[in-house]
Write a protein that binds this ligand. Structure first.
Ligand SMILES: C[S@@+](CC[C@H](N)C(=O)[O-])C[C@H]1O[C@@H](n2cnc3c(N)ncnc32)[C@H](O)[C@@H]1O
Length: 261
């Protein structure tokens, strides 16, 4: 059921997502790519790749990239955009990231951006990422974070779901860390950066946004200062900016040592 909602939502969002200034920005895209330990002999996987913004940014830095996503409209767009940009080492296919089709240890690295908050039981995605990278390989997770306080989080999530019915739950950083550790990964690095995007572009990109605007604006009036994970600021000329927190964590799969004798 939720997967049908995902497919509907991201068929609706595909073109707008692909040209979203924020999704292509240095803070959201280069800030993630620059954090990855890339080498030109590596094979990477972009998990829940959408229109392939991350995969296409990775492609010049590595040997090859695969991108996988549930929404065929996203995969079609990723494929045509890569062709338009003359990228020849990226390929894209439809698939569920909680049950990846690749064998154990096929990739040097796997990355996912802005996807975990759409996935019920996101630890299944993290486990799959850990499974398909080789021992010594890397897993990177970038997503906007949820509030640590339960009531703050409930308020934030309600607004997100009104705007985009495929939203499941933003995770506090500690939950992302716990999932990666339980998947057997070792922490290599992390950074949490505040980011800002145009509120109207964000609201209108979600299929529920335009209709839910009055309700969302009422919720915002209830908490004029927002919460740590979600805050809207309106400047003197009436332009609204949404402030979120972006957490990027980098993990490594332990190197297996075979006992001799
Ligand atoms: C917000 S978009 C992010 C796209 C891309 N990662 C990026 O940051 O540019 C979330 C994507 O997750 C995909 N998605 C959600 N659940 C999925 C699942 N179980 N398997 C594969 N893709 C999924 C959606 O189809 C959508 O394209």
């Amino acid at each position: 059921m939720h997967q049908d909602t995902i497919r509907r939502e991201f068929a609706h969002q595909s073109s707008a997502f692909n040209v979203s200034p924020f999704m292509r920005s240095a803070e959201a895209l280069t800030g993630l790519i620059d954090f990855l330990p890339l080498a030109d002999d590596q094979r990477w996987l972009d998990v829940a790749c959408g229109p392939g913004l991350v995969a296409r940014a990775l492609a010049p830095c590595v040997r090859s990239v695969d991108g996988v996503d549930l929404t065929s409209a996203m995969i079609d767009l990723a494929t045509s955009e890569a062709r338009r940009e003359a990228i020849t080492n990226a390929r894209f296919s439809v698939g569920d990231v909680t049950a990846l089709k690749w064998s154990d240890g096929e990739f040097d690295g796997a990355v996912t951006r802005f996807s975990l908050h759409h996935i019920p039981l996101p630890e299944r995605c993290v486990e799959e990422m850990a499974r398909v990278v080789r021992s010594g390989g890397f897993v990177a997770i970038g997503d906007h974070l949820g509030a640590r306080d339960r009531a703050d989080g409930d308020w934030h999530e309600t607004i997100e779901r009104l705007r985009d019915p495929s939203h499941w739950a933003c995770l506090p950083l500690a939950m992302v860390q716990g999932m990666a550790e339980r998947a057997g990964l070792m922490r290599e690095g992390e950074k949490v950066v505040p980011f800002a995007l145009e509120f109207d572009e964000w609201l209108n990109r979600g299929s529920g946004g335009p209709a839910a605007r009055p309700l969302i604006e009422r919720a915002l009036r209830d908490r004029p200062n927002g919460v740590e994970s979600f805050r809207v600021e309106v400047d003197g000329s009436g332009v609204a900016t949404l402030h979120l927190m972006y957490g990027i964590t980098l993990w490594r799969k332990p190197v297996l040592t075979v006992a001799s004798g």
